[in-house]
Design a protein around this ligand. Structure first.
Ligand code: NDP
Ligand code: 13P
Length: 382
């Protein structure tokens, strides 16, 4: 039985006790949306914005005009730019800053929270250099705090507006400390965050859940580039499906399970992000594929595109583990090594023929048309 089979049998386990007071650290679109959801779920919520003027604007406007303009903040949410005030008395912390800010934010938190306070990461990425998943980055700076991750197919605007939305909340405390299932971070957070429209699932596979979130952004950039360059639905479907395989391949050496990747935080988020221009990653790729220069994407405005730097960190990590991620490598080549789109697709489509799934058919044979692929893609993209 998994650590999370709560109430699955007749002798029902006690219901998890929800965290009552939640500090949401990070007031961008997703932090604001999660604060709204937690408040609607009946939790006491404090939302931390790093800039005084932003916190003030949130309080005065009653909404996040910059990042989430269409949804009002419930009056019950306290907004502050003082991190110490934000986290005092918090039963759990939801850290919702970009992946590039996770380490410095965890460092600040380490001075303010006891080692017992659980920290749940919502950032999606892998740290450059260390190759660590976000919960491991934060754990390095904290004091053995229980860690978790919230991930899944969740556009902030839709979730905050109450569209039916599902996510996965993972923690590994059940396995590590033999915690009763109902007392795990994932279970207590899931009960704390669940509303009539926001439905969390729980998992004890923290690396599996985090790998999905990190890779889907890179694959979404690939889908955007393909669409922007003029390739159609066949190409996108192939990238999504083979991208899923890349997630599975990287999950295993990091201690994750392949089946976790078939859930919301893997295939769910991958399909969402690869299929909609509402995704910043997809949209970034789309603009590049259309020939817009990197510095002119999003009209030159700074936008969090996690898959950009993660194309490097993900492939570095995969290489370290001897795992080949051809789509992520192709995105790395285009974004960071000056490869032409036609060359990148020639590399992908001209690779040796493999078994699907690879584990069942250990076969790799030369591709008879590989040499023509580059010329072919150059011609149809011209
Ligand atoms: N938006 C979404 O739909 C979803 C996003 N996510 C993930 O959530 C994470 C956050 O993204 P999202 O909310 O969308 O980003 P946004 O671009 O909407 O907002 C970014 C926020 O992070 C703050 N920030 C930037 N740098 C720092 C820093 N060094 N220290 C503290 N705060 C900082 C910004 O503050 P300032 O305004 O002062 O610059 C801003 O509040 C990402 O990893 C993303 O992949 C996950 C699921 C859904
Ligand atoms: O993670 C997300 C949806 O689950 C948001 O995707 P983008 O960062 O590409 O906008």
């Amino acid at each position: 039985m998994s650590a999370f089979d709560i109430g699955a049998s007749d002798d029902r386990a006690p219901a998890p006790a929800p965290y009552r007071r939640i500090a949401v650290v990070g007031a961008g679109s997703w932090g604001t949306a999660l604060a709204i959801i937690a408040a609607k779920a009946g939790r006491g919520v404090t939302l931390w914005a790093r800039r005084d003027d932003h916190a003030r604007a949130l309080r005065e406007d009653g909404r996040n005009a910059r990042y989430l303009p269409d949804v009002n903040l419930p009056d019950s949410i306290r907004v502050t730019s003082n991190l110490a005030i934000a986290v005092e008395d918090a039963d759990a912390i939801l850290m919702v800053v970009p992946s590039s800010a996770v380490r410095e934010t965890a460092k600040k938190l380490a001075e303010l929270i006891p080692a017992t306070t659980p920290v749940i990461l919502a950032a999606k990425g892998i740290e450059p250099g260390s190759g660590l998943l976000m919960s491991d980055v934060a754990a390095e700076e904290l004091h053995g705090n229980p860690m978790g991750a919230l991930s899944g197919p969740n556009f902030a605007g839709e979730a905050a507006a109450g569209h039916p939305t599902a996510c996965t909340i993972a923690s590994d405390c059940g396995e590590l400390f033999d915690t009763a299932p109902a007392e795990t971070v994932a279970a207590r957070m899931a009960v704390a965050m669940g509303t009539e429209s926001f439905r969390p699932y729980i998992s004890d596979d923290l690396p599996g859940v985090e790998v999905g979130g990190a890779l889907k952004n890179v694959i979404a950039i690939a889908c955007g580039i393909a669409t922007g360059a003029g390739f159609g639905a066949n190409t996108r479907a192939a990238l999504i499906t083979r991208g899923l395989d890349e997630m599975k391949r990287l999950a295993e050496p990091l201690g994750g399970r392949r089946e976790t990747v078939t859930g919301l935080a893997g295939v769910g988020d991958l399909t969402l992000t690869c299929s909609s221009e509402a995704s910043r990653n997809m949209s970034f790729g789309l603009q590049l594929g259309q020939g817009i220069k990197r510095e002119d994407t999003f009209d030159g405005k700074p936008v969090v595109v996690e898959g950009d730097r993660n194309a490097l960190s993900v492939t570095d990590l995969a290489r370290k583990h001897g795992v080949h991620l051809p789509i992520c490598e192709a995105v790395r080549g285009i974004l960071h090594e000056g490869h032409a789109v036609s060359d990148a697709f020639a590399m992908l489509w001209g690779r040796p023929i493999e078994g699907e799934p690879r584990a069942l058919v250990e076969l790799e044979i030369g591709h008879p048309h590989a040499r023509r692929a580059r010329w072919h893609f150059e011609e149809i993209l011209s």
